[in-house]
Ligand binder design. Sequence first.
Ligand SMILES: Nc1ncnc2c1ncn2[C@@H]1O[C@H](COP(=O)(O)OP(=O)(O)OP(=O)(O)O)[C@@H](O)[C@H]1O
Ligand SMILES: [Mg+2]
Length: 159
Amino acid sequence: MILLAKLDSEQAAYDPEQIDASELVQQVADRMLPFASENNVKLKVDIAEGMTIYADGEKMLRALLNLVVNGIRHAASVVEISFVTRGRQKLLIVEDDGDGIPPDLMDNIFHRFVKGKQGDTGLGLAIVRAIVEQSGGKITVENAETGGARFIILFEGNG
Ligand SMILES: Nc1ncnc2c1ncn2[C@@H]1O[C@H](COP(=O)(O)OP(=O)(O)OP(=O)(O)O)[C@@H](O)[C@H]1O
Ligand SMILES: [Mg+2]
């Protein structure tokens, strides 16, 4: 995606609706399958049917695509997208088994133009965070036990 298109996508009107989470995640997996195969990365989806979130479907799709593209770029062999509920909390998780977020980037990874050595424009995660926050959610990142990056989108009592 070119720079202007990216900046633009951040500003389009916010249009929330009830979204079927498994449909959303399946759409992401379907769209990313060719890129995953090209990179010899498996996509795993772990989500129960019938879960919903209240957000802008187009924008959440864009946010998840950004996370999964990053995941595929950095994975050793697999990217997993999962959806978990914990009481009133809903968590969308994108995790890969790569080398994880470099420690020096951890604190400002969601800022514009922050990128690693192999980075592209450094806008993807800033857009992801803007979308998630616009939807009333929060996004955090940690490195998983495997060492890979784990992005967690949290909705509290949403939809
Ligand atoms: N899953 C990941 N594993 C390891 N590092 C990651 C991962 N996702 C992002 N990063 C690091 O965070 C940086 C910022 O990511 P971001 O998506 O914002 O920008 P980008 O991917 O470099 O460019 P683009 O604007 O095309 O997305 C990346 O350059 C990379 O160094
Ligand atoms: Mg990116």
